[in-house]
Design a protein around this ligand. Structure first.
Ligand code: PHE
Length: 400
């Protein structure tokens, strides 16, 4: 899939023209029947005049930057695809719902886009717990779901209609455990986990297994509840164990406060985390308290191939100079993976689309070239970044 370059007015004209053509062609599409076919060829099996894709993302609430970035990436991909003529000649209509960063909302909104809008596939969520809430619903309805950024292995275990475009936490945990033992030469670490998050618990577990296997010692394992404001009691206990580093696999809102309070308590060792740290809010809230710490993630704007450079350029153009983060890149890639699947399936029939997605091979995306494995996950490189001068400095890229 080659994304077209958005060139101001030209692009606008192209979109208007296509919109006019579509209005002319649309002789009443019935929502909800676009996945019922399976017989027709490419020209009929996409159901209506447009391809409806559902998206669920945390556009508001505690993890709002996750949803906003991921949505912007997805939207950019949709706009580029549409400007270049759509998929199998049909325009993509993205129907986005807000999960508000809250438990319970994912199930509600995913049921809604399937039943009310008749979407042919669902993209989302970023947070693993929210993807795990929606996955059984997509599976039951035989609607393929692609998570852009959820890394907990359990997400795709919901069934054969559930995919992801990113790596998983056994890999990410290994990457950070090796970084702690080999690069930082940390002999003993503490682990501080969000007890409410499947992502955090899983990443802590995989990190611990690898770190112990590397010969390291764990000084203490403590937890908090996402949304807490005071972490001082646990951080005091952690400080008592004199660790060389602390692994904090949480999300940015909590992590920023943890870094601030660790600094106040004189816990002056490197703090390490995973992709959940990635947000412009981390440095905005954490300021100098987050300086020098490290985390692993999926993408850095300075690293990558041709498609990655083009993405950076087009994203900046589309979103007022904003630099894309990993969420945006994964969001973009999730739509590209879906478009590639629809093309190879010759339509949007759920079962055919599922089979095509499962057969995704050597697909060139912004965050790397992917082949979907047997567990319906993508094997991809991770990057390690260090927080420097309020920004993220690229340290290394690690292959699976
Ligand atoms: N991997 C995290 C999860 O599964 C989500 C995330 C991905 C957050 C990328 C930030 C960046 O919950």
């Amino acid at each position: 899939m080659k994304p077209a370059r958005l060139t101001g007015m030209n692009n606008l004209w192209a979109v208007c023209l296509l919109a006019l053509l579509l209005v002319g062609c649309d002789k009443g599409t019935t929502p909800g029947n676009s996945n019922s076919g399976g017989s027709g060829g490419p020209s009929t099996s996409t159901g209506g005049a447009e391809i409806k894709v559902g998206e669920f993302a945390s556009l508001t609430g505690k993890e709002a930057t996750f949803g906003i970035s991921s949505h912007e990436g997805t939207l950019l991909a949709v706009e580029e695809i549409n400007a270049a003529g759509g998929i199998l000649g049909k325009q993509v209509k993205l129907i986005t719902e807000d999960t508000q960063s809250k438990p319970g909302e994912s199930a509600t909104v995913v049921n809604k886009v399937i039943a009310r809008d008749g979407v042919i596939a669902v993209l989302g969520e970023v947070a693993s717990s929210r993807s795990m809430e929606a996955a059984p619903i997509c599976q039951k309805n035989k609607i393929p779901m692609i998570s852009p950024s959820s890394t907990n292995p359990k997400v795709t275990e919901s069934g054969d209609y559930i995919f992801r475009v990113c790596f998983i936490d056994p890999f990410q945990g290994t990457v950070m455990a090796n970084f702690a033992s080999q690069t930082l030469k940390a002999k003993k670490v503490a682990i501080f986990t969000d007890a409410k998050s499947d992502y955090s618990k899983g990443l802590a577990k995989f990190f611990k297994e690898k770190y112990l296997a590397n010969g390291g010692t764990i000084t203490s394992e403590l937890d908090y509840n996402g949304g807490d404001k005071d972490f001082k009691a646990q951080l005091t206990t952690i400080r008592g164990g004199s660790p060389d580093a602390v692994f904090v696999p949480g999300y940015y809102t909590d992590v920023a406060l943890i870094c601030i309070q660790a600094k106040q308590l004189g816990l002056n060792v490197p703090l390490l985390g995973g992709d959940g740290w990635e947000s412009e809010k981390l440095t905005e809230i954490g300021k100098d308290a987050v300086e020098g710490h490290y985390f692993s993630t999926h993408y850095h704007p300075e690293v990558g191939s041709e498609i990655s450079k083009k993405f950076l350029e087009n994203y900046k153009k589309r979103f007022n100079g904003k630099i894309p983060d990993a969420l945006a890149a994964n969001g973009y890639d999730s739509m590209l993976m879906l478009a590639d699947g629809i093309k190879r399936a010759g339509g949007t029939d759920g079962t055919k689309l599922r089979d095509a997605l499962a057969a995704t091979k050597d697909l060139v995306l912004v965050t790397g070239t992917i082949t979907i494995n047997k567990q319906r996950d993508a094997d991809k490189s991770a990057v390690i970044l260090q927080i420097k001068n309020g920004g993220y400095k690229f340290l290394e890229s690690i292959k699976p």
